[in-house]
Design a protein. Structure first.
Length: 232
């Protein structure tokens, strides 16, 4: 029960999910050589799905995780945001801070099919120092992962990038990471059907708090695909 209490206190009004309308059609197995993706469940296709959401940084030693699943009519189903112990984290310590302090925040944005195979993912790690009035220094790193198939096929990283509006001497540092993925393999030999885009924005604040904002775009997808995101 306690994690839920912590979650409510921390995140009231901060969780969000928005989705632009997604067209839903029956999958056509032989379209340009494409067949339903693994774990496509009801073989119901969703097109042009765009999802957005936000999670705050929880107390040190904790992580917030949330899953969004494409429902039977391609409408996103928002799962519970769960506060859980961070993997390998030490026991919680005194939360008092010195005049100049540091903290780290990690985020992840991953797309899975309904067989729980991770297709694509974008990850960030941000470190920043703060003194209560300004971010005194900050740095953010971004990495990407994707699923490959035998014979040099599967998902590929098409492009990636990152940017920051300010790294020091500001009340907040806004850091954006982007990754675009394409697919060419057994489920579509043409390489023209599937595409995933991830965008994550991490805002680092002078008071030691932070937030993670996420966006994904799916060119074609299927009922049962799910988006897993988190902030720790």
């Amino acid at each position: 029960m306690r994690p839920r209490i912590v979650l409510a206190a921390l995140t009231a009004g901060l969780f969000s999910l928005t989705a632009l309308p997604a067209a839903a059609t029956a999958a056509v197995p032989d379209r340009a050589g494409a067949t339903p993706a693994p774990g496509s469940g009801e073989s119901r296709e969703c097109t042009d799905v765009k999802l957005s959401g936000a999670l705050p940084l929880p107390p040190e030693g904790m992580a917030i995780r949330q899953q969004v699943t494409l429902g039977p009519d391609c409408t996103p189903v928002l799962g519970e945001a769960r506060v859980v112990p961070k993997s390998g984290a030490p026991a919680a310590t005194d939360s008092s801070r010195t005049a100049a302090d540091t903290r780290q925040v990690r985020s992840w944005s991953e797309m899975y099919d309904c067989c729980n195979i991770r297709m694509t993912g974008l990850y960030t790690t941000s470190d920043w120092a703060f003194d209560g009035t300004a971010v005194t220094s900050s740095a953010t790193d971004a990495t990407q992962e994707w699923n490959r198939e035998p014979w040099n096929a599967g998902w590929s990283l098409k492009s990636s990038g990152k940017s920051a509006d300010c790294v020091a001497g500001c009340p907040a540092s806004v850091n954006e990471a982007r990754a675009e993925f394409s697919y060419q393999g057994v489920f579509d030999p043409t390489g023209a059907w599937y595409a995933n885009k991830h965008s994550t924005t991490v805002t680092l604040k002078a008071d030691g708090t932070a937030s993670c904002d996420f966006d994904v775009e799916l060119k074609h997808s299927f009922v049962g695909w799910n988006w897993q995101r988190g902030c720790e």
